[in-house]
Design a protein around this ligand. Structure first.
Ligand code: MN
Ligand code: MN
Length: 469
């Protein structure tokens, strides 16, 4: 074949860059592996819709794989596996490498929270014979996507006596679901005039939860009373317990294959449990690493990485400090020699909305894991910007492992923007780059990813965790 190529074609092959389409580049066997991998991912995603559930599921998987709770003061040796559960909402786990910690660790950091509708501290109300829960949304949502959608209630209620009840309603077959109602088109003339941002008032994002009253002629707000009675009977909680609860409404139902070819996965919350799961699987598979690899599942990314379970918290730094202390190694030495894959989803080019992405610098579905040198907005504001040197290292290790990857920005230059946990890790003097899975309909109740990209992201993490240089 080569003889037939022209000089220009051969030159182009040699010196021009051409991205690979995984749908073409993947062999049948590779695609089978991607599909198999997706099965485990869909199960995880279906079970882990909020950060607490992701921590719980992951700890169970880690325990099975031989990970043990981290013991402060213990001198760990290569091959040992530890985890640290931070308040059931963020998680760290590590496999100790052969090299000393003074040579740095390999950090894979993702987040396990997703945009959703949190309940207010006083959520329960009744209006005109119907009972509702008041909400306060969490993270960046387009409000018009949430009404008339089956919702499930997830979270915990902590009672004054110190006991905690886990609540999940709306996921099992036979469970009821909940929803926000919307106007019928017949009476929506005024509503139709509003812009999308003003279509729904967040203050009226009330979740319909019941309509039957408690049978008593003298009681007031009998529907509300009846709802509280149902919750009390099932969970042993009283209305005041909502004040010490973290309850949230998320889209109900399992992760599902999308497309006649079943090449994609649709679900709530790919962002960013798709990166959490792929890094977890890579961490499990690299049992004898050269460098210690540390996987971080952070909370609160969607609201700015705040709080003691978010990436701005010192929990990762303290963990590394405690890990290194028995060897007399300062944490600054560990961090200064470390490398990080800050793993988060990026937007995929959507042919229906081509105006927001610049195709040459946008991720596309089926082109593999997306490396994002910088995110931010308004001229790279608020981003880590990976160095050329580190980008070269990343290209090399992904190339050597034959990982399908692409480069992508978060949309056109001045169209919008966003951030990830990357900058908080980079601030600790760690070489950091963003990478992850391209997503369609990001932050919607039904986000779409491709199986080829999910599998390629797992392979990228694996290459990172086992890299010897
Ligand atoms: Mn994210
Ligand atoms: Mn997000």
């Amino acid at each position: 074949m080569d003889e037939k190529k022209t000089e220009g074609q051969l030159l182009a092959e040699e010196i021009l860059f051409e991205g690979k389409d995984g749908a073409e580049a993947f062999t049948q066997e590779e695609y089978q592996r991607a599909d198999e991998f997706a099965r485990g991912y869909k199960e995880f995603l279906t079970k882990a819709k909020i950060e607490r559930e992701a921590v719980q599921e992951t700890v169970a998987i880690l325990e099975k794989a031989g990970y043990r709770p981290f013991e402060n003061g213990k001198k760990y040796t290569s091959g040992e596996k530890v985890y640290l559960n931070n308040r059931n909402k963020s998680l760290l786990f590590a496999t100790i490498g052969r090299r000393p910690l003074s040579e740095g660790v390999r950090i894979m950091a993702s987040h396990i929270d997703s945009p959703r509708l949190d309940l207010k501290p006083h959520p329960l109300m009744e209006d005109t014979g119907l009972a509702y829960l008041r909400t306060h949304y969490y993270g960046g949502i387009k409000k018009f996507q949430w009404p008339t959608l089956p919702l499930a209630l997830h979270g915990v209620v902590c009672r004054k006596d110190g006991s905690t009840v886990t609540v999940t309603i709306g996921e099992d077959e036979g469970d009821p679901v909940f929803c926000i109602t919307d106007l019928l088109p017949h009476l929506a003339k005024e509503q139709d005039k509003k812009t999308a941002a003003k279509l729904f008032d967040a203050e009226k994002f009330h979740i319909l939860i019941g309509s039957l009253p408690f049978k008593d002629d003298k009681a007031s707000e009998k529907v509300k009373l009846n709802m509280m009675k149902i919750l009390h009977d099932k969970y042993g909680i009283v209305e005041g317990d909502f004040l010490s609860a973290e309850l949230t409404m998320v889209p109900a139902g399992p992760a599902r294959d999308v497309g006649l070819d079943q090449s994609m996965i649709g679900c709530y919350g790919h962002d960013d449990r798709v990166c959490a799961y792929t890094s977890l699987r890579a961490a499990l598979d690299v049992t004898d690493p050269e460098y210690t690899h540390v996987t971080v599942f952070a909370d609160k990314e969607e609201i700015g990485s705040e709080g003691n379970t978010g990436m701005k918290s010192a929990f990762m730094r303290y963990f590394l400090e405690d890990l290194a202390a028995p060897y007399g190694i300062a944490v600054r030495t560990v961090l200064s020699h470390s490398k990080c894959f800050s793993a988060d989803v990026n937007c995929a080019h959507d042919p229906v909305y081509p105006e927001v992405t610049e195709l040459s610098n946008s991720a596309r579905l089926n082109y593999g894991v997306v490396i994002t040198k910088y995110t931010g907005s308004g001229g790279k504001g608020g981003t880590n910007d990976a160095s050329a040197e580190y980008m070269a290292w990343v290209r090399r290790i992904l190339g050597e492992a034959d990982v399908l990857w692409q480069s992508g920005e978060l949309g056109k230059v001045d169209v919008g923007g966003g951030g990830t946990v990357a900058k908080f890790i980079a601030e600790l003097n760690v070489d950091t780059v963003d990478l992850g899975v391209p997503v369609l309909s990001m932050h919607s109740p039904f986000e779409i990813v491709s199986k080829i990209d999910v599998y390629s992201t797992y392979r990228a993490f694996k290459a990172f965790a086992e890299a010897r240089a």
